[in-house]
Design a protein around this ligand. Structure first.
Ligand code: F6P
Length: 326
């Protein structure tokens, strides 16, 4: 029988995303309502290794539901990758009497949490916090919807200037290992083509698709995920230009603007629902698992599954994009 949970720690880890603050707020207030103390761990796993913690009460999380970024800061910790670093993190937890953790992050965060459980029995529940939407066990991740809307708004603006000048734009969006943002953006912005890391696509196929459509169009937009195997937007643009010198091509890399800004309604609600559920699950004795949203229901998925499976891209959207690009 494990000890009851009287104090929990909450932290954000990996790349930040809009809605993380709403998640922190939900965790702190749910815990307080259940008589559980909360400490915020600053800077993700680095904060655990370096003992950077501070008490968080319900009023400490006022007026943050609408703020982008994370009040707890975040990091990608090198120290935590070592056994020694994790032992130091475990000692921090013991020193502060922290019985359980809520980790808000992506697959790297949950890989760390799973190892911590295996090595030290640390009880962790995860919330899916990444703009990349690449977590198995949840239909959406916290930050994805806002990032998409930011990127689509930017591409809409690019379309204005692209069609005024009869240009081809290659627009790079985030996604080192995945094309969820790229694919959904491409459909929503009415792009002509999308390139994603999960699917091997040749430049020749891209050039053919563009030439088939270009006679009828004043502009073309190709959306590429930063991690595509053909390279980023500048490389794609160069390769297209080599094969089709007639195009007047410009490149736009959207970058970190996708990570900031006011969280969308969908992200705030997702963060609030999963934040409440995370604490309730922890108090009911669940751990080593991530809370996500599947078919609009809050569900728990073991970390081993969340990190061990790849979330498939919605294949139908490739078809939709192709049909609508004609
Ligand atoms: O994981 C989220 C993400 O935004 C990826 O899409 C991107 O490749 C990466 O983070 C960038 O990380 P950093 O801000 O550390 O450069």
């Amino acid at each position: 029988m494990s000890t009851p949970i009287e104090r929990i720690g909450v932290f954000t880890s990996g790349g930040d995303g809009p809605g993380m603050n709403a998640a922190i707020r939900a965790v702190v207030r749910t815990a307080a309502l259940n008589g559980v103390e909360v400490v915020g761990i600053l800077g993700g796993y680095d904060g655990l290794v370096n003992d950077r913690v501070r008490a968080l009460g319900p009023r400490d999380v006022s007026n943050i539901v609408q703020r982008g970024g994370t009040i707890l800061r975040t990091a990608r910790s090198e120290a935590f990758r070592t056994r020694e670093g994790r032992a130091t993190a475990h000692a921090t937890l013991q020193r502060h009497g922290i019985d359980g953790l809520v980790a808000i992050g992506g697959d790297g965060t949950f890989t760390g949490a799973h190892i911590l459980f295996e090595e030290f029995g640390t009880r962790v529940i995860g919330l899916p916090g990444t703009i990349d939407n690449d977590l198995y066990g949840t239909d959406r991740t916290i930050g994805f919807d806002t990032a998409l809307n930011t990127a689509v708004e930017a591409i809409d603006r690019i379309r204005d200037t692209a069609s005024s000048h009869d240009r081809l734009f290659v627009v790079e969006v985030m996604g080192r290992n995945t094309g969820h943002i790229a694919l959904q953006c491409a459909v929503a912005a009415g792009a002509e083509y999308v390139l994603v890391p999960e699917v091997a696509q040749s430049i020749e196929a891209l050039v053919v698709a563009l030439s088939e459509a270009s006679g009828m169009k004043s502009s073309s937009i190709v959306v590429v995920a930063e991690g595509d195997e053909e390279g980023g937007a500048f490389q794609i643009a160069r390769k297209v230009k080599e094969r089709s010198p007639g195009y007047d091509i410009r490149v736009s890399v959207l970058g970190h603007i996708q990570r900031g800004g006011t969280p969308s309604v969908n992200d705030r609600i997702l963060a609030s629902r999963t934040g409440v559920a995370a604490v309730e699950h922890l108090l009911q004795g669940d751990h080593d698992a991530m809370v996500g949203l599947v078919n609009e229901n809050v569900v728990l998925t073991p970390f081993a599954d969340a990190i061990g499976n790849q979330k498939a891209l919605p294949q139908e959207l490739f078809h939709v994009l192709t049909v609508l690009a004609t």
